[in-house]
Design a protein around this ligand. Structure first.
Ligand SMILES: [Fe+2]
Ligand SMILES: [Fe+2]
Length: 343
């Protein structure tokens, strides 16, 4: 990760003006030429900002070609940025917005290398959580949720067999969906009904983010094959829409399903640990991203990571069964303060 220097900032500002001017001129004439101006690059932090700027890059490339940049100008305006932590990729990003780069450091003063999360989002997993807690199905909907999840387990077991690293990675692509869908629907409801959410929007989106970080972690120890990527693509399309509809029709059922899915996740990670302990899966050093995210000691191993992830799943289990219980009691989520930051 490189920070823009003061000199670079001056050049950036001047080039921003050029680009901005050229865009205005192009837009006014309705002329968009396809040749792309080589993109300038600057350093920014955070996925949201970077994603935005990458889009900005495409935009500029399309529209900025009417500018009369010289080769020298273009080269002067280029700075390099590293992407995605220790996976160094060079990508050029154009910005005429002038969003200033922000230097993020760790507590020890060293540079923070992760773009997908910040130091203030890290935590120590609460490993004392009860892993064996189970919500016994009581109502018809409970039983339906329970057997829905149980029936999904069989094909998953057959597909992955004992490939627990791959299994974890693939299932996290699904696990990160419900929180985002639930949070989004509660967000829309809050807007629609002019009402507070009780913090549940944040709590559910936090869960989705946490699940996504599980995925980012397992990506470091397992690489998806092409057909697994295709499977994720398909499953996400089906599951997102099914959960969306399910949550609209019955949030209590939707949360109960997730509660049971999390119970299964705990079970799967326990089996994963048994394989590691039995020597069938090599207990490799923990990925650096995991050490920073869960604030693990530097000498941590894959086993420590799985233990932390499993504790997270137990927290998700509690949050979702709790949310479902609120609905079952005829109450609304906003009536019970959400367990924000519950790890
Ligand atoms: Fe997870
Ligand atoms: Fe989970």
């Amino acid at each position: 990760m490189m920070m823009a220097s003061r000199g670079g900032a001056t050049k950036l500002a001047s080039s921003m003006m050029l680009l901005s001017r050229s865009f205005s001129a192009a837009a006014a004439r309705g002329m968009f030429v396809k040749e792309a101006v080589p993109a300038r690059v600057t350093a920014f932090h955070g996925d949201a900002v970077r994603g935005f700027l990458v889009r900005g890059s495409e935009f500029c490339c399309r529209h900025g070609s009417t500018a009369s940049f010289s080769e020298k100008d273009q080269q002067q305006n280029a700075q390099l940025v590293s992407e995605g932590g220790d996976k160094e990729e060079k990508q050029e990003i154009v910005s005429y917005w002038g969003v200033p780069p922000r230097k993020v450091t760790k507590e020890d003063g060293t540079e923070w290398k992760w773009k997908s999360f910040s130091p203030w989002e890290t935590y120590s997993a609460d490993l004392s959580i009860n892993l064996t807690k189970h919500h016994s199905p009581v109502t018809f909907l409970d039983r339906m949720a329970y057997w829905t999840v149980k029936s999904l387990r069989r094909p998953v077991d057959l597909f992955f067999q004992k490939r627990y690293g791959c299994r974890a990675m693939m299932l996290e692509t699904v696990a990160a969906v419900p929180g985002m869908v639930g949070g989004m629907l509660l967000h829309c409801r809050s807007l629609r009904k002019f009402e507070h959410s009780g913090g549940w929007i944040k709590a559910l989106i936090e869960e989705a983010e946490n699940e996504r970080m599980h995925l980012m972690t397992f990506m470091e120890v397992a690489q998806p094959r092409w057909y697994e990527r295709a499977l994720v693509f398909t499953v996400q399309g089906v599951f997102f829409n099914a959960y969306f509809l399910g949550y609209l029709i019955s949030p209590k059922f939707a949360h109960r399903v997730v509660g049971y899915l999390e119970e299964e996740a705990i079970h799967s990670y326990t089996e994963f640990l048994a394989e590691v302990d039995g020597g069938n899966i090599e207990n490799v050093p923990a990925p650096a991203i995991a050490i920073d995210y869960w604030r693990l000691p530097p000498e941590s191993t894959l086993r420590d990571v799985v233990v932390a992830v499993r504790a997270d799943e137990a927290h998700h289990r509690d949050v979702n069964h709790f949310a479902s219980d609120i609905h079952f009691q005829g109450r609304e989520l906003k009536e019970a303060p959400a367990p924000v930051g519950y790890h």
